[in-house]
Design a protein around this ligand. Structure first.
Ligand SMILES: [Zn+2]
Ligand SMILES: [Zn+2]
Length: 279
């Protein structure tokens, strides 16, 4: 599982840090709905679960809040979800320092540390999420809907959620956009600092093989065709701009750049890891 050695991406006047809750494995043939159409020698996929911290001159933001209290819902997790506040403390960030939390989507591994309206984990933070996303999951059976009912509904009912409907700059250099497909209101977030940009891609990708083969579609994609077109779109954008991608799930590291190669893509993991990430 992960420890305190956190992975940092500098962007000049701001920095990004990954906050890892742990790792898990899945069988390739059952994780991707169309694995058989794209044969590979890889049989087992390694995935991480991460949130991200952005420290900018004018604000401190979290992108997602990890598994938190929902770790029991993720089968075969090597790690613990209850570590986010402790990891932030190790970085010198108090829970009251967090000004805003942006949730890429409402799968339970992305909002588990929100807390309760009475005892919010980040008491001074504004909480941003997609309205379409919330409407989709509210009252829906299954683990994601149940987690939304448990944690997100109370925040919405308390008037403590700010909904996003379109592309919007939430803070200077922090732009949220709709990138639906994986889920109906999935968001991506671009952070631009004085020396570079980083796109928090949420669950547009789960595994590096989807960079070379964007057609590979996880069963978790709600709209596989739309999710695939969003992958192509974002891979093109990343390749043409040189912006880094920050991913909750990609292994071995959280940060990647994408290169164009004969109308397909290759990728480079940016942060050299000391053994498996954050051990
Ligand atoms: Zn997801
Ligand atoms: Zn996820």
């Amino acid at each position: 599982m992960c420890d305190a050695a956190l992975a940092r991406l500098p962007l000049g006047d701001r920095t990004v840090e990954s906050l890892c809750d742990g790792h898990f494995e899945r069988e390739r043939r059952t994780f991707f709905r169309n694995a058989e159409d794209h044969p590979s020698e890889v049989t087992t996929l390694q995935l991480a679960v991460r949130a991200f911290l952005v420290r900018a001159p004018a604000y401190t933001a979290l992108i997602d809040s990890g598994l938190g209290t929902q770790a029991h819902r993720l089968a075969a997790l090597d790690g613990s979800g209850e570590t986010l506040p402790e990891r932030l403390r190790q970085l010198g960030v108090a829970s009251t320092d967090v000004d805003l939390v942006v949730y890429t989507h409402l799968h339970f591994d992305h909002f588990g540390s929100i807390g309760t309206p009475e005892q919010p984990t980040f008491p001074l933070a504004e909480h941003y999420m997609s309205r379409r996303e919330f409407v989709h999951w509210r009252g829906r059976p299954g683990p994601h809907g149940e987690a939304v009912a448990e944690l997100v509904d109370p925040f919405v009912e308390a008037g403590a959620v700010r909904f996003v409907d379109e592309t919007v700059e939430l803070r200077e250099g922090l732009i949220v956009s709709i990138a639906d497909g994986h889920t109906p209101g999935h968001l991506t977030v671009r952070c631009t600092g004085s020396s570079g940009s980083c796109v928090f891609i949420g669950d547009l990708l789960h595994h590096p093989t989807q960079i070379t083969t964007p057609e590979l579609s996880p069963n978790a994609d709600e709209d596989p065709e739309l999710a695939e077109s969003r992958r192509w779109e974002h891979l093109s954008l990343l390749a043409s701009t040189g912006w880094a991608a920050a991913s909750p799930h990609l292994m071995p590291g959280p940060y990647w750049t994408v290169q164009n190669r004969h109308d397909r893509f290759t990728a480079t993991s940016l942060v050299p890891q000391r053994g498996p990430e954050q051990r």
